[in-house]
Ligand binder design. Structure first.
Ligand code: THU
Length: 161
């Protein structure tokens, strides 16, 4: 039998910044909004505060923060809280970018907060809905990562059947 198997590799590129000052004014404002959104976190169980901010195509910024619940799975991550708030209040706007920040023990985490798989899947869906790339910015005190599209943090996206 002929061997047709080929080994392939995926390459993911992203921009790494050491300070928000290096970013565009738009991205800077979105990062700031994600940090401000931390104030809305309700995390009596994990004490891990996460803030997210979504930029819409008309420039509106929508914030969200993690909301925990005594029935643990009933809680929701910051990213989905922000995206669902944006989707519900502005159904005709595209989500062009999302920024995420996390705080523990009262300090912004030094490393960027990485969204969970479920949040990545929801980002993917809103990106598909808009038909344009949604950038993802992960804010840490030491470094900030910017991914140009959701595919870069969720390769081989499940889209629809
Ligand atoms: N969390 C988020 O809000 N976003 C993430 O991407 C990962 C985790 C929240 C969920 C929970 O309230 C807390 O962080 C600890 O997992």
């Amino acid at each position: 039998m002929p061997v047709t198997m080929v080994r392939k590799e995926l390459r993911i590129g992203y921009d790494e910044y050491t300070s928000v000052e290096e970013m565009s004014a738009e991205d800077r404002a979105l990062c700031r909004a994600a940090v401000e959104a931390l104030e809305g976190a309700y995390a009596p169980y994990s004490h891990f505060h996460v803030g997210a901010a979504v930029r819409l195509s008309d420039g509106t910024l929508v914030k969200g923060a993690n909301q925990e619940n005594a029935a643990y799975p009933s809680g929701l991550c910051a990213e989905r809280t922000a995206m669902f708030a944006a989707g519900a209040a502005h159904p005709d706007q595209d989500m062009v970018s999302i920024a995420v920040a996390a705080r523990q023990d009262g300090r912004l985490c030094s490393e960027p907060a990485a969204p969970c798989g479920a949040c990545r899947q929801v980002m993917a869906q809103y990106q598909t809905k808009s038909g344009k790339p949604m950038s993802v910015i992960l804010v840490g005190a030491n470094r900030i990562l910017k991914f140009a599209r959701v595919d870069d943090i969720l390769p081989l996206i499940f889209d629809s059947i």
